[in-house]
Design a protein around this ligand. Structure first.
Ligand code: GLC
Length: 437
């Protein structure tokens, strides 16, 4: 296998736990849970600050919020870490930041919503990640640009920019990151979102965030924290973050395989969206998780909790289903990665491999009739035993009977035939565990 890079000039986060954990929960929660029609609603519908706040800041009251239930649902699904929006593009903060009034404590919620969340997830054994928006549609010093935000094509945009100072915004950003890294114990992931530099300088990027200075401070405060790759500062990120698509193969940078994590939604919106009906099934989501690991990556799967502070019933349903599958199959996920090249992937399957135990996992996406063929000399030489993972029942290494083989003459190609039960086992995606010599 090609070497995997885990560090770079700036990026020295500790990804050793991360590449074993493989599965995390993304949480998008903010005022946008109330309009319930996408976390970008303020920009999409060009809602001015006064209107947005009079409606949503004034009425944000998640009375049913119980982070223990969130953490329990994530832990049961087999997730090993969570990443929550401390602040999304709307600018609203879940914690009691000393640098703004635009925070949960000043809404009818009247409390810090982040502290108890971190505590609950830690108690359930999950690591902590903070998503933090670089973009801010509320801060008075964030310079209004023509690309993004509710005022992007407002006729008075230039006038509204008089007195705004992006440097002051950057100081605010750094101050808040300092709070997040000093008031919540060890933070495992910082997930910044996002830069949009433009050739004519009208976008936003490293100079607007003072990214280099920011990364230096972060590394001083929490040297191990994993950074994503959205600060517009090449070499500073520890992880590559494909969003709402699956990479075709293990992503590379300068020809080297990198640590990566796909982030995906259940339906499309990241924030709670009442009317979106395009929810993916449990089966499809499990396939996505397997697909990530089979290419050496992680999956960060998103939930958008409601304005009352609960997970949507559809999210709970999917998480429960994934948990049932993980109960029997997490061995093919945790600590696993892409299989060595000498083991080609059988038809309609995905392979993962645990380099510590030297076991290969064949995830059978479409159950074949009786035989599954593992092509290649490596399988013939190295497979010593095979079993179904969910019940440890033997899978016999056995091909066609002579009379059958005579009917389908085939050249002498190296192959290892597995004799499967006639009916697909009663699990969402069956997995065959191969013990290698
Ligand atoms: C995007 C969106 C955002 C979401 C994020 C998650 O960049 O701006 O709403 O939080 O992706 O990856």
């Amino acid at each position: 296998m090609k070497k995997t890079i885990t560090t770079s000039a700036f990026g020295k986060g500790d990804t050793t736990w991360f590449v074993r954990a493989r599965f995390g929960l993304f949480i998008h929660w903010g005022l946008y849970a109330l309009p319930a029609r996408h976390e970008w609603v303020k920009a999409n519908e060009k809602i001015p600050n006064e209107v947005y706040d009079a409606k949503y800041f004034a009425h944000f009251d998640p009375d049913l919020y119980d982070p223990n239930q969130w953490a329990a649902a994530a832990a049961h699904a087999g997730m090993k870490y969570f990443v929550v929006t401390t602040k999304h593009h709307e600018g609203f903060c879940l914690w009691d930041s000393k640098l703004t009034d635009y925070k949960a404590t000043n809404t009818p919620a009247k409390r810090d919503l982040l502290k108890p969340m971190v505590k609950a997830f830690r108690e359930h054994g999950l690591r902590t990640g903070f998503y933090h928006s670089l973009i801010d549609w509320h801060h008075p010093h964030y310079v209004l640009d023509p690309h993004i935000g509710p005022y992007r094509d407002h006729p008075d945009r230039e006038k509204m920019n008089i007195g705004r100072d992006q440097k002051k915004y950057a100081a605010y950003l750094h101050g808040q990151v300092r709070e997040l890294l000093t008031q919540f114990g060890p933070v495992d992931i910082l997930w910044f979102d996002f830069s949009y530099p433009k050739p004519d300088g009208t976008g936003k990027g490293r100079d607007d965030w003072q990214s280099a200075k920011l990364v230096k401070m972060i590394r001083r405060l929490q040297p191990k924290v994993i950074l994503d790759d959205r600060l517009d500062l090449p070499g500073s990120g520890d992880i590559n973050t494909p969003e709402q698509f699956q990479p075709r193969e293990w992503p590379t940078v300068n020809g080297q395989r990198v640590v990566w994590e796909a982030c995906q939604t259940f339906s499309g919106s990241w924030g709670y969206h009442r009317d979106e009906m395009t929810w993916r099934s449990t089966d499809e989501l499990i396939r996505t998780l397997i697909d990530c690991v089979s290419k050496g990556g992680n999956l960060l799967l998103n939930v958008g909790p409601t304005g009352r502070g609960e997970f949507d019933y559809r999210a709970l349903d999917r998480l429960r289903g994934i948990g049932e599958w993980m109960h029997h199959h997490s061995r093919s996920i945790y600590g696993c990665t892409q299989a060595p090249d000498e083991f080609p992937c059988p038809r309609d399957c995905r392979l993962t491999y645990n380099p510590d135990t030297k076991r290969l996992y064949v995830h059978v996406f479409a159950w074949p009739y009786k035989h599954l063929y593992l092509d290649g000399q490596a399988y013939v030489d190295r497979v010593e035993y095979a079993q179904l993972l969910h019940d440890a029942s033997e899978v016999r290494i056995r091909g066609l009977e002579n009379w059958q083989a005579q009917r389908t003459p085939r050249g002498a190609k190296p192959e290892l035939p597995l004799l499967l039960p006639q009916v697909k086992p009663n699990v969402t995606i069956p997995v065959i565990e191969l013990f290698l010599k």
